[in-house]
Design a protein around this ligand. Structure first.
Ligand SMILES: NC(=O)c1ccc[n+]([C@@H]2O[C@H](COP(=O)([O-])OP(=O)(O)OC[C@H]3O[C@@H](n4cnc5c(N)ncnc54)[C@H](OP(=O)(O)O)[C@@H]3O)[C@@H](O)[C@H]2O)c1
Length: 282
């Protein structure tokens, strides 16, 4: 029976998930996947301690250790590759003899297209591109998932969505949209931090201790984002709800609008997109 199976009327059964390269992002994704209680997880990295550190304190060994990449591929139905983009081709060449039609390769590498991945696995199994962002580390990520590989079956697509939704928003996007996604969601945490630094500086100037200021600003921004998502409220409407006529907020907003803060943020995101295209030679 295939590793990807669905019994009539029941949810998709999950094959073991393995990750090669358990650094920042591979580690974040594996930590998030621990939320699927019955899912078997396996990890491999140059450094064993990085894999051991992924298991929650109350469940040591939750993420099992695989001695080699090949050993991991033998144990896992879904193989996540989270090595650096320039290491991807070599990694795929080394595990290729262990891949077969029952495996599924998920690449986290930025700027490695589905076509390149398909070429590197020699078409023996389906490949998927997944682009996470930094907040995935806190279980609040935004993920782009590319399901362009025509050899993927519906069950595999459902299973992948079920797997990654525990860590945040998952958008299914074509390969060609990954650059745009990266400029908004990948670079986004840095843009949000720049804005929060401005608010933090003001809070400190008004006498809050630095740590208190940081927590206050982060909670305010997180709360605003949660409200917009939960109630599906457009940002400008939410902003108007805070701007009482003749009140304090509208004075602050008017100043920021005169400084064209909003337009500069838009231009900043587009500038990141331009650089992304430049780097990928488009
Ligand atoms: N960080 C982000 O915000 C982010 C966002 C989206 C996508 N990504 C993608 O995620 C991937 C990983 O990035 P990262 O930031 O997590 O890098 P990282 O922290 O350096 O993690 C990569 C890990 O893979 C290990 N590794 C490399 N080659 C290996 C091999 N042959 N066998 C076993 N382990 C090996 C590295 O070990 P050594 O250090 O000892 O070599 C390291 O622990 C990249 O492709 C990147 O494009 C990252």
């Amino acid at each position: 029976m295939s590793a990807f199976s669905r019994e009539a009327g029941k949810s998709v059964s999950l094959p073991a998930v393995g990750c090669i390269g358990c650094g920042n992002m591979g580690g974040a994704v594996m930590r998030g996947l621990c939320a699927h209680e019955s899912l078997r997880l396996v990890g491999h990295d140059h450094t064993r301690a990085k894999v051991d550190a992924l298991s929650p304190a109350e469940a040591p060994g939750r993420v099992a250790w695989a001695e080699t990449p090949e050993d991991l591929v033998r144990q896992a139905g879904i193989v996540i590759l989270a090595v650096k983009p320039h290491q991807m081709e070599e990694m795929l060449a080394s595990i290729r003899p262990c891949l077969n039609a029952d495996k599924l390769v998920v690449s986290l590498a930025a700027a490695v297209s589905v076509k390149e991945l398909q070429r590197n696995v020699g078409g023996v199994c389906p490949v998927v591109r997944l682009m996470p962002n930094l907040p995935a580390r806190a279980g609040k990520g935004a993920f782009a998932l590319c399901l362009d590989d025509e050899s993927l079956c519906e069950t595999q697509k459902e299973l992948l969505l079920e797997l990654f939704r525990v860590m945040g928003l998952v958008l299914v996007l074509p390969d060609g949209k990954f650059s745009a996604f990266s400029s908004v969601a990948g670079c986004g945490p840095a843009f949000a931090c720049l804005f929060m630094e401005g608010m933090e500086n003001a809070a400190v100037a008004m006498g809050f201790k630095a740590e208190q200021a940081r927590r206050l600003v982060a909670a305010t921004v997180e709360g605003t984002a949660s409200l917009a998502l939960r109630d599906n409220i457009p940002f400008d409407e939410l902003r108007r709800q805070v701007c009482s006529p003749g009140g304090t907020t509208i004075y602050g907003i008017n100043h920021m609008e005169r400084m064209a803060v909003r337009g500069h943020v838009t231009d900043g995101v587009l500038e990141s997109m331009r650089r992304d295209r430049e780097l990928s030679g488009k």
